[in-house]
Ligand binder design. Structure first.
Ligand code: ZN
Length: 264
């Protein structure tokens, strides 16, 4: 799904009466365009015009895509060619701030049972029916620690950088108010460590299934070292996305990647 254009953040009233920030974005694939309402202000940094995204766990509401804090927006480094008329249509939809009556083939594709899981340039990866917020639990929870399957990393989301404890026994615990809650050490700015967490979208080569995995500092170090990306980069998520697809051998446990080895 390609980001065509977006409107600035606006305030809206939540169901519980509190105020929140949301923004509206026009997206398209290579045949059609639609409007997405994003009820999570943090995601504005992932919605970069002309980038191709894969979205997971979103809703269809009033003929538009509704993206919440529970949704994942993966950046892919993919490119798709969009015909001029589709681009113009997307921009005009945004001008109307989303016309609920606009027919959208993207939404039809998303609501068709056969196409609820589509990868990469199919763009719509997974969605939930609008009456539930549970993440589908049809994935195999059993440990596959023994196997080292091959897969392809195709998306990244929610990359976060945080200060951590450098004590080995604390496993890079996140500092709270400059203090490690595990060992109690108080850190000044320059002496703390730096740790990372992110979500990766990985397509298993053998089964062709696509899953979301959490990765931590060690795996991101391996990924960036093997692809010549600097962990210190201020645009780290973008830099990594540009390297996709990245083929890896991997081990996983409970939706986390425990080991990855980048394949040349
Ligand atoms: Zn500690």
């Amino acid at each position: 799904m390609k980001v065509v254009d977006l409107l600035p953040l606006i305030k809206y009233k939540k169901q519980n009466g509190e105020m929140g920030n949301m923004f509206t974005v026009a997206v398209c694939d290579n045949t059609t365009a639609c409007i997405a309402k994003v009820y999570d202000a943090e995601k504005i940094t992932s919605m970069i015009v002309d980038e191709v995204l894969i979205m997971e766990n979103f809703y269809i509401r009033d003929g538009e895509l509704a993206i919440t804090v529970r949704s994942k927006v993966f950046r892919t480094g993919e490119t798709i060619t969009v015909p001029d008329d589709v681009m113009e249509n997307a921009k005009s939809l945004l001008g109307q701030k989303g016309n609920a009556d606009s027919p959208s083939k993207i939404i039809e594709a998303a609501t068709s049972p056969k196409k609820t899981v589509v990868s990469v340039k199919g763009v719509v990866y997974k969605h939930l029916p609008s009456d539930t917020v549970d993440i589908p639990s049809d994935e195999d929870d059993s440990s596959d620690e023994d196997k080292t399957p091959t897969g392809v990393i195709i998306g990244i989301a929610d990359l976060k950088r945080y200060r951590c404890c450098v004590n080995d026994r604390c496993y890079k615990r996140k500092l709270k108010d400059d203090r490690c809650s595990s060992c109690g050490v108080f850190y000044k700015n320059q002496s703390s460590g730096e740790a990372f967490i992110a979500q990766l979208l990985l397509k298993c080569t053998e089964s062709a299934t696509i899953k979301t995995y959490t990765v931590f500092t060690q795996q991101l170090e391996q990924l960036t070292t093997a692809t010549n990306v600097s962990l210190k980069s201020k645009s780290l998520e973008t830099d990594i996305a540009k390297k996709f697809p990245i083929t890896v051998k991997y081990q996983s446990l409970n939706e986390k990647l425990t080991k990855i080895a980048v394949q040349k």
